[in-house]
Design a protein around this ligand. Structure first.
Ligand SMILES: [Zn+2]
Length: 483
């Protein structure tokens, strides 16, 4: 995700200062989602059926599966609200509005219930245990009511944003399934890669932007039905709209598409998406999906990443929009292909996305950014945060690895997960040298593409260059280093 730059600038102004198994590229068997959804534009609802084949790639037999129901964060009375008070006005453009995800049936199981901390988890007890290497299919019927909100899941003024539109299997670790409450700081999503087939049935007047590549499409009785496929992806998103225009460019076989409404930043946005996709492919490793779609839509933050699809907040000033496009494109490497535990290590993908953005601009000076300017800006913002928190509290928690719920708000989270992490990666690069830095990131990408990389995996990617790297990273993560 990209926080709005203007928020960071505004805060600075106010302050008076400027491993888990998953399907990998080696085509190991993995879980599969076969989802059919139908959108009712008058009711603002999505009716869905998810036929989910769970492949047990773990060492334990499992008699229960858990799914995150992110749509329930948008319901009235949710304990974990979708936005903080400071983003409410930007998000709820038509006053407060609510949605929810309702499960109506789960087939081929012993029992099911909705629970978790905030009615955010579907718990399915299987008919019999599924053993390592075995599969089981369950079918889930559900309805997603959509709030009018500029957010990941909701009806915006020009589009319908369908991030998290289906029950998604919780990642599984030795501690069990990872349940993700909808924290307002960061991206509370941890999921493993799977294969997707998604069929969307929408009024004919609606265009569909999708994570997947189109397989077939037909129109009948005023409805458009389109099937998409995406393999080896940890999530899947759609955006629907009657108003979007599009421009596209082929980048080394990848169809890069930029969707916008009148007055959007189409040319600059497409150029940034295409050039950054090419640069990151050459620098870190090949982009694995056949398409990449960037869509300008109503969004309360700067942007949000999904596999092969990025949402960018419409109405941004052109430089902010371009920066956001590059940041979200970097997330195709650091989130979509190489996953991480975003619940406790937000710095891991946000810091790398920010630093990759810096590397892109450094290699493309026409955009007007320099490495020094970006690092200086992050350092100034971080020092301002430190100074204010120190004055307010007498001390500052600058640890980087902590649960999203342990941050006091977006200001603290942005400075730790984005700014401090960017500063850390710049210091690492200075320590190991430019060539080693890139090769460390390449080997990290190669090792963890299609998986969820533990923080130790990223740290150990740098240790071959110098034994001191472990200590340097530890002093950043543990909050011991002074910036
Ligand atoms: Zn981000």
């Amino acid at each position: 995700m990209k926080k709005l730059l203007c928020l960071a600038i505004a805060i600075c102004f106010i302050l008076g200062t400027a491993a888990l198994a998953a399907c990998s590229a080696k085509k190991e068997p993995c879980s599969a989602y076969d989802i059919s959804v139908s959108y009712d534009s008058e009711a603002g609802t999505l009716s869905g059926r998810e036929e989910f084949t769970f492949y047990n790639s773990y060492e334990n037999e499992l008699s229960e599966l858990k799914f995150n129901l992110y749509g329930n964060a948008f319901r009235e009375g949710a304990s974990y609200k979708p936005v903080s008070d400071s983003f409410k006005a930007r998000a709820y453009y038509a006053g407060e509005s609510y949605g929810k995800m309702e499960i109506s049936a789960v087939e081929n199981c012993a029992s099911w219930s909705v629970g978790g901390e905030d009615e955010n988890i579907l718990i399915v007890t299987l008919n019999e245990p599924v053993y390592p290497g075995q599969s089981v299919q369950i079918n889930i019927d559900y309805t997603l009511a959509l709030a009018k909100i500029n957010h990941r899941t909701g009806i915006t003024e020009n589009c319908v944003n369908l991030g998290n539109f289906y029950p998604v299997l919780c990642a599984y670790t030795s501690a069990g399934f990872v349940e993700c409450p909808y924290y307002v700081c960061g991206d509370p999503f941890v999921s493993e890669c799977a294969n997707y087939s998604v069929t969307a049935d929408v009024p004919e007047s609606f265009q569909i932007v999708s994570s997947g590549a189109e397989q077939s499409s037909s129109v009948a009785d005023g409805r458009r039905k389109t099937q998409y496929v995406l393999t080896n992806a940890r999530d899947f998103a759609l955006v629907l709209s009657e108003k979007l225009q599009t421009k596209s460019e082929n980048v080394d076989g990848v169809e890069v598409m930029y969707y916008y409404v009148d007055g959007g930043n189409a040319e600059a946005g497409l150029k940034a998406a295409a050039e950054s996709l090419r640069y990151f492919s050459e620098t870190f490793g090949k982009y694995i999906y056949p398409t990449y779609s960037v869509v300008e839509t109503g969004f309360c933050y700067g942007g949000m990443e999904y596999p092969a699809l990025s949402m960018i907040a419409e109405g941004q000033e052109i430089n902010d929009a371009v920066y956001t496009v590059v940041h979200e494109t970097a997330h195709q490497w650091w989130y979509a292909m190489v996953g991480s535990d975003q619940l406790t290590c937000g710095w891991q993908d946000e810091g790398l996305a920010e630093y990759s953005t810096l590397m892109f601009f450094e290699n493309n000076p026409d955009y007007g950014y320099t490495r020094t300017a970006i690092v200086d800006s992050a350092t100034r913002a971080y020092r301002a945060f430190f100074s204010v928190y120190n004055q307010l509290n007498g001390s500052v928690d600058t640890t980087m690895t902590r649960n999203l719920g342990a941050f006091s708000g977006e200001f603290e989270y942005t400075n730790i997960a984005y700014n401090k992490s960017l500063i850390m990666f710049d210091m690492l690069r200075k320590a190991v040298g430019d060539g080693n830095f890139k090769s460390c990131l390449r080997s990290y990408f190669e090792k963890y593409s299609g998986k969820i990389a533990p923080a130790e995996g990223l740290i150990s990617a740098f240790t071959p260059c110098s034994k001191d790297m472990e200590g340097l990273i530890a002093s950043f993560l543990g909050g011991k280093i002074l910036i």
